[in-house]
Design a protein around this ligand. Structure first.
Ligand SMILES: Cc1ncc(COP(=O)(O)O)c(C=O)c1O
Length: 424
């Protein structure tokens, strides 16, 4: 795709679009929340459905001409049920945050209480951060990971739930490398007679593939992103039991959204269809194996990992022991220079500021989409080590950039004939 039509009318935007495509081709996307959607998903997302208003739900729209919109939304829902096994699915949330917003609006009143994981310990803004609508609308207290182990302090969470008496307990995280024990969190929610929202934004694909325990059937509400470990294009999703279906649907529309982004719903339908093929389970397993290989090799180089390793798609590196003078920001910037794109991150017990924190977070979903195996991930770990160890050494960085370039050529993405993953 050369964006020829955009170029005809708008060369400046075409240049940026081509530049971004090339950037993705030529660099290693290791931001744990990113992935590469297939050409089929991209095509569906750029379809004429972007023109269509379809307020309401299939069979009950507020506008005429929704026959194909209905068909696509029903396909997306049916496929989501096949992937996660929920009774009720709403595929309309524009994003993971709006999926969470839908649940809060459906079940809480302003001033109600949320108990969620501290942002610095791996939580998400939409779980009650003061800068987010949740922090401004609800009373929020937060639980933490155990400072010794880096694992969720489940016992502390249960005690906290008993003393705080929340209306909803939120599980599911942005920077937590370990398998989440949703049953134990449900016990804490039960102790407080609270709802349980499991936000599986990051692990949606891992759960669908059965490589991470599922909260469906455990938590009252499950929300997710459709573009992280599952490659269905940007968006959100809510799943719940039938008893909450009407409340959730009304909260999404007209509660927090107007017309659904039907082109994105089409992307979700296509991406969910891809994830239902047998190759997806293998992909998800490889994502986790790759993260483990990456983490183990980083440890061999002396890096300290929060919780000592990973069960998921990401590792969280605490630089304070191995590189006390190098912040996450310095590491992120040096790595970006060589084509490794990951993000600075706070770590539990953070001693720097959130804008210049002590950690870096690295994920393997996008590398695995390119076809990376454990060996390739170990090579990346070696390169990360040399760059973080010598962030100002131009010759080290030049060598690292050449290694990244070789890996990109070995595992091509969109632009070449054999590229972008066999989704069969
Ligand atoms: C746990 C969690 N929930 C929600 C979101 C929000 O997703 P979105 O960016 O689609 O709003 C994220 C994003 O990374 C996340 O990590």
């Amino acid at each position: 795709m050369g964006y020829e039509q955009v170029r005809d009318t708008d060369p400046a935007v075409a240049d940026a679009l081509v530049g971004e495509r090339q950037r993705q081709e030529d660099t290693l996307a290791m931001i744990a929340s990113e992935n590469h959607a297939s050409e089929a998903v991209l095509e569906a997302q750029s379809s004429e459905l972007t023109n269509k208003y379809a307020e309401g739900y299939a069979g009950e729209r507020y506008y005429a001409g929704c026959g194909y919109a209905d068909e696509i939304e029903e396909l997306a829902i049916e496929r989501a049920r096949g992937l996660w096994g929920a009774d009720h699915v709403n595929v309309q949330p524009h994003s993971g945050t709006q999926a969470n917003m839908g649940v809060y609006l459906a079940m809480l009143d302003p001033g109600d209480r949320i108990l969620s994981l501290e942002l610095e310990h791996g939580g998400h803004l939409s779980h009650g951060h003061p800068a987010n609508f949740t922090g401004k609308t609800y009373e929020v207290e937060q639980y933490e990971v155990d400072p010794e182990t880096g694992y969720i302090d489940y016992e502390g969470l249960r005690e906290h739930a008993e003393s705080f008496d929340p209306d909803i307990v939120v599980s599911g995280y942005s920077a937590y490398p370990r398998e989440v024990d949703f049953e134990r969190i449900q016990t804490a929610a039960d102790a407080a007679d609270a709802y349980h929202l499991a936000d599986i934004a990051h692990i949606t694909g891992l759960v669908a593939a059965g490589v991470h325990e599922s909260p469906v059937g455990v938590a009252d509400f499950v929300t997710g992103s459709t573009h992280k470990t599952i490659r269905a294009g940007r968006g959100g999703i809510i799943m719940c039991d039938e008893e909450y279906a009407d409340a959730i649907d009304a909260a999404v529309f007209p509660g927090v959204q107007g017309g659904p982004l039907m082109h994105n719903v089409a992307g979700k339908a296509v991406g969910f269809g891809e994830a239902l093929t047998p190759g997806f389970e293998e992909y998800a397993r490889q994502v986790v194996d790759n993260a483990e290989a990456l983490g183990e090799r980083l440890k061999e180089h002396g890096f300290s990992l929060v919780s000592g390793g990973t069960d998921t798609h990401l590792v969280l590196v605490d630089l304070r022991e191995s590189h006390p003078d190098t912040s996450g920001t310095v590491a992120e910037e040096a790595l970006e220079e060589v084509g490794i794109v990951l993000n600075k991150n706070t770590v539990p017990g953070e001693t720097r500021s959130p804008f210049n924190p002590s950690g870096i977070r690295a994920g393997t979903p996008a590398l695995t989409t390119r076809g990376f195996d454990e060996d390739a991930c170990r090579q990346v770990a070696d390169t990360i080590y040399r760059v973080v160890d010598n962030p100002d050494d131009e010759s080290v960085k030049a060598e690292a950039a050449a290694e990244v370039s070789d890996l990109c050529a070995e595992f091509p993405l969109y632009d070449r004939e054999d590229a972008l993953v066999d989704f069969e």
